[in-house]
Design a protein around this ligand. Structure first.
Ligand code: GLY
Length: 566
């Protein structure tokens, strides 16, 4: 069992809450911010405050989500972005669901062998850093599309807070100063013009980060919408950057980029409806496969039973991540067998080899391939006073993306091309494999693990949840949902809980420091599992609707994440 309270982190959370003037103080160590009507939980307190302010002005959840997205591009540039992409899952108060895919796309000149040398070997880091690592950014088109369909406040009002943060700057914490100092060398190596806004000095706590070029770019987006990014000076800056650095994104790529409304995946687990992201994300399929399998097994986090649950979870993860490698990709390019993967009989058949006492070796589960994700992404959750909800996960892929800052436009480009399988069957830099379904193709979207998710109970909004974390995203979302639904935790407690992750290959259970309480280690090892400690898994930002209709935020204490609301 692992229900330990975290008083030190609670203290930190309180401090953050007080410092940024969150409206309601936290009531006890494992209870998050509680509000009556509306809430935003994001990776940065300033972005959460921007969202809260939009909601206070009468904006709806989509308005707030757009404003938070642009604010994160300024105050959380390692993952917040205009040079990347992501997914929205939206639940309107009347119970309709929508998902918006603003994932990056492979440039028109991309091809399956673009990261291989003349001998067919993978060229080290080419898909990860520098100009060839970037897919065509989707974030700005996504925000425009979301606003066209659901926005209620003027577009300009949603961008202005980000412009102000970029032009006036914001004060860096020690952690932020260190982060920019660590990123400096990569920026200098991979950007063609030294991006002084990040590299000009050694940052110290209390410095103010001003991003003048980014403010100008955001101003163009404010005034011209989509045309402010995909055409005119910003598009020309991107293409000039590509030409200087040997990249391939062209004006035609930018002109042709379109985000896409897709039907979200909707599944049922006991009394709960799960509304989540379908392809090109694998995340929704993964959590629905796992919940669809788990419903036949009683689970508990009490005493010995917690090891049994973790064993079950790991065995499910091995099987669904094997499926991911073989069957999941951009469904516009590859026929992802969604219904077959979620078919009840299929899920049962996959688990015929499950032994409650013994780990199944991954090699016996399925021959196949798996691709890895780097872990810098960001998630935020929004609920507005009308009851609309947005779950958004967005990314540059790796921390600071490709480490290329577009000179003149002042934003960081993604390195999302590494989410393609750059050579089927070849281990990437994380030692895992990729599959044929997800090979590089022009215009195609690279497979994602991002899992923005909304839960309903009894036809009412119940939870908004998601996280960064690369291939650990679906399992952190799954674990958070199970912590609440099955183990009776509140939102903050479920988010605080130590996490475990497994993904078929490598054949290990990763766990966070402090997760192995009691005799958990012995119990799992006796079933044949290999355990590896690693640093924090995910940064879940979630909102739970309490039985009395109030909202509880779960802001992940692993980062400086914060809830704000009223
Ligand atoms: N780049 C992380 C993901 O899309 O899963």
């Amino acid at each position: 069992m692992n229900l330990k309270f975290i008083p030190r982190k609670f203290g930190l959370l309180c401090l953050v809450a007080i410092w940024y003037g969150c409206s309601t103080p936290q009531e006890e160590s494992v209870t998050g911010l509680i509000t009556e009507k509306a809430m935003v939980v994001s990776a940065h307190p300033l972005a959460s405050d921007v969202g809260k302010s939009i909601l206070q002005q009468g904006g709806n959840a989509v308005d707030a989500a757009i404003a938070v997205h642009f604010a994160l591009a300024v105050v959380y540039p390692e993952a917040g972005n205009i040079g990347g992409g992501g997914f929205f899952v939206i639940r309107q108060k009347e119970g309709t669901y929508h998902s918006l895919d603003f994932r990056e796309r492979g440039p028109l000149a991309a091809h399956p062998d673009m990261y291989l040398d003349e001998n067919g070997e993978v060229i080290d880091r080419l898909s990860l850093k520098g100009h060839l690592a970037s897919g065509v950014p989707g974030a700005v088109d996504g925000m425009v599309k979301a606003h066209e369909k659901f926005g209620s406040l003027p577009w300009a009002d949603l961008i202005q807070p980000a412009i102000d943060l970029a032009s006036e700057g914001f004060v860096l914490t020690e952690g932020e100063a260190n982060k920019f100092n660590r990123a400096k060398e990569n920026f200098q190596q991979y950007s063609t013009v030294d991006p002084v806004q990040f590299t000009g000095k050694d940052w110290v706590t209390g410095d103010r980060l001003v991003q003048t070029q980014l403010a100008e770019t955001l101003t163009r987006i404010r005034d011209l919408g989509r045309e402010g990014f995909y055409a005119g000076p910003v598009a020309e800056y991107i293409v000039a950057e590509m030409e200087r650095g040997g990249g391939i994104i062209s004006l035609e790529d930018l002109e042709k980029y379109e985000s896409t409304w897709r039907d979200p995946l909707v599944g049922q687990y006991k009394d709960y409806k799960i509304i989540t992201m379908g392809p090109p994300s694998s995340g929704g399929l993964i959590i629905l496969q796992m919940l669809g399998t788990m419903k036949d097994y009683p689970v508990s986090n009490k005493g010995e039973d917690y090891a049994a649950y973790l064993h079950l979870k790991t065995e499910m993860e091995r099987r669904v991540y094997a499926d991911r490698a073989a069957y999941m990709a951009d469904s516009d390019y590859y026929p992802v067998p969604i219904e077959a993967l979620l078919d009840e009989a299929y899920l049962k058949s996959r688990f015929l080899t499950f032994d409650p006492e013994k780990a199944t070796p991954s090699a016996e589960i399925q021959e196949g391939q798996l691709l890895s994700m780097s872990e810098e992404t960001t998630h935020f959750s929004v609920v507005d006073p009308m009851g609309n909800a947005v779950s958004c996960t967005t990314t540059l892929n790796g921390g600071m993306g490709s480490s290329v800052v577009v000179d003149g436009a002042g934003f960081i480009l993604n390195n999302e091309m590494d989410d393609f399988s750059i050579k089927p069957g070849h281990p990437n830099m994380f030692g895992v494999l990729g599959g044929e379904a997800n090979k590089v193709e022009p215009g195609k979207r690279m497979l994602s693990s991002m899992t923005p998710t909304i839960l309903e109970k009894g036809g009412e909004l119940y939870m908004v949840v998601g996280t960064p974390g690369g291939s650990t995203i679906p399992t952190s979302v799954f674990q958070t949902i199970v912590n609440v639904i099955e183990f009776g935790m509140g939102m903050q407690e479920a988010v605080n809980e130590k996490r475990f992750h497994s993904q078929w290959q490598p054949e290990v259970i990763s766990y966070e420091q402090g997760a192995l309480t009691g005799n958990l280690q012995q119990a799992l090892e006796s079933k044949g599992h290999v355990l590896t400690e690693r640093s924090g898994i995910g940064r879940v930002d979630a909102i739970l609707r309490l039985p009395d209709g109030r909202l509880e935020g779960g802001a992940d204490p692993r980062g400086m994440d914060a809830a704000a609301g009223f």
